[in-house]
Design a binder for this molecule. Sequence first.
Ligand SMILES: [Zn+2]
Length: 102
Amino acid sequence: MVCSKCGSDEIQRLEDNIDACTPQEAPPIKRSLKWPGIGVFISLLLLVNGGETIVFGVLTLSSSSFLGYKAYQFNTNFWPGLYKRWQESWKCRQCGFVFHRP
Ligand SMILES: [Zn+2]
């Protein structure tokens, strides 16, 4: 297999490219569930507190749940595909061209 840009055979998998310097070369990152988790925790405190804070509790809980759900969806539906594509990507050591080839 050769580089599809310059024809060099000095190519390596992105996976083996330890000095990744661009976002394209770095592995895809999963969305963090930390902040939605903290949001849910705070909203529960607000709900337990009762009184006027219940309104904020409900708002925080719904927005945190939504963000958490979106992050979960991304991690389970999109991230595996992105990661697989990254694993199947190669970088040319001659010209630095990054290309996808399973
Ligand atoms: Zn090349």
